[in-house]
Write a protein that binds this ligand. Structure first.
Ligand SMILES: [Zn+2]
Length: 472
């Protein structure tokens, strides 16, 4: 932390609005022969005499070794290791070259937020790849982030999949966040599908073989973007890249990285049924909630999950899909021990992380989406829905620099759309801890879909035990 503070102080001095942006050019070489990647960079930094660089965070699945720096003529520069990265000392402004080796812990990424490299493919979230200036620090200083250009040197026939803009063979991240907040993949056998819908272009890159066809996945992605745009306004970014690869057996995950790269790492036997289709809608809707608008986690994860379920069911033309997903959330919610003592926001602030299936922000958050939607519809005599509230909040987020909508503002919008009925539901479900019941979920589903959707019959708690009755 001390090094970060020092960096801030060093940058604060020469701060000037007319300062031309520094430039930073990376070459990343993948040899295709192991789990290591070589990186070289040249940075032209106009101000100050020290260059401050942050390393990939711990837990990113990569480690940096053999870091060294020199001037343009090859004379070594002093490098100091800090808690979070490196400081390169130089005697005057001018180009600095640095290089490092990046070792991957895993040959195959453990999930969509991880990194993996082997002899046939690369998948990585981009913050795991770069030793780079910290964009947060630059923003704090009001200093323009370097203009970044990237070139990947890949084994023969490998193709790169990334959400960055390209200028011929060179990639051009738009900002430090764009550099460090995306996902990239490369392999010889990526199959690329391009399309456009909902006001945005999209690319679906698929490798490996699963139980479903590529076209089924492309249809699903396209539907998620189209229905998302119909409900919440045009896709908030000009282009979205979906990377679908096979991961390890038993590990399945999807995530939006940054603002425009969706990773879908699914296990080899994966089928494109309700669960994965719903996940895909969920990740797409993060372009709006989590991308264009930030809020408390129960909204960003849970309400997004509800919208994803409702839009997926609408696309399938079957409200039973929505019901199945809501009742599944209810079953998980019923297993959360703190459901009657802790609000979703208290949980998010006291128990960050953890297994999604037993977190209120996901499970109760999804039910909160359903119950608030139903209450707004009832309270407004079917003149408003939760979608109206979401659109209004998205519009407000566009005017906030942080894009963050406080919980109180969501509550006000809910009450305005659905009157006292919705305000009462808000108090019960969001700011309160009263238990949510199966009857309430069934009633809300009836309001939202117009049809009766009773809960599925209870499944045997433990079929294995039942199949082996105890011996007398
Ligand atoms: Zn999510």
């Amino acid at each position: 932390m001390a090094a970060v503070a020092l960096g801030a102080a060093a940058l604060a001095g020469p701060l000037a609005a007319q300062t031309p942006a520094d430039t930073l050019i990376y070459n990343l070489a993948v040899t295709g022969s192991g789990t290591r990647l070589s990186v070289e960079a040249r940075m032209i930094a106009g101000e100050g005499t020290s260059v401050f660089l942050a390393s990939p965070p711990a837990g990113a699945g990569t480690s940096v070794t053999a870091f060294g720096a020199s001037d343009d003529r090859g004379a070594p520069l002093l490098v100091q290791r800090t808690g979070s990265g490196y400081v390169i000392a130089r005697s005057r402004p001018g180009p600095v070259r640095f290089r490092y080796q990046l070792s991957f812990t895993d040959s195959v990424a453990a999930g969509s937020t991880a990194a993996g490299l082997d002899s046939v493919r690369l998948y990585a979230v981009t913050r795991s790849l770069f030793v780079a200036p910290d964009p947060v620090l630059y923003r704090k200083m009001g200093h323009p982030y370097p203009v970044v250009r990237l070139q990947f040197l890949l084994p023969p026939r490998w193709r790169l999949v990334a959400s960055w803009d390209s200028l011929g063979p060179v990639l051009a991240p738009r900002s430090g966040d764009d550099l460090l907040g995306g996902a990239v993949a490369a392999a010889a056998d990526y199959r690329l599908y391009d399309g456009s819908t909902g006001g945005a272009a999209f690319t679906v890159a698929v490798r490996g073989t699963r139980a479903f066809t590529d076209s089924a996945l492309v249809d699903l992605v396209s539907a998620s973007l189209r229905l998302g745009a119909e409900a919440f306004g045009a896709v908030p970014v000009p282009r979205v890249t979906y990377i679908s690869d096979t991961g390890r057996k038993g590990r399945t995950s999807g995530s939006l990285q940054g603002t425009s790269a969706v990773g879908l790492l699914w296990e080899p036997g994966e089928m494109l049924e309700r669960a994965r289709s719903h996940d895909t809608f969920h990740e797409t809707l993060h372009l709006w909630f989590g991308g264009a608008m930030e809020a408390e986690r129960w909204w960003t994860e849970g309400v997004t999950d509800y919208f994803a379920a409702r839009l997926y069911a609408a696309w399938r033309g079957d409200p039973r899909e929505l019901a199945a997903l809501c009742y599944e959330s209810l079953r998980n919610y019923d297993r959360i021990p703190h459901r009657r003592t802790t609000t979703m926001t208290q949980e998010a602030h006291s128990l960050p992380g953890g297994d999604n299936t037993i977190r209120l922000v996901y499970r109760k958050g999804m039910l909160a989406g359903l119950l608030l939607d139903a209450a707004i519809r009832r309270g407004s005599h079917e003149r408003a829905t939760l979608d109206d509230v979401a659109r209004r909040l998205l519009a407000a987020a566009r005017t906030h620099r942080s894009k963050t909508i406080p919980e109180s503002e969501i509550g006000e919008a809910v009450a305005e759309a659905g009157g006292s009925t919705a305000a009462h539901e808000w108090t019960r479900v969001v700011t309160g801890t009263e238990e949510i019941t199966e009857a309430q979920v069934a009633a809300a589903l009836r309001t939202v879909t117009g049809v009766e959707l009773p809960p599925p019959p209870p499944r045997p708690a433990n079929p294995k035990t039942l199949s082996k009755p105890p011996s007398p």
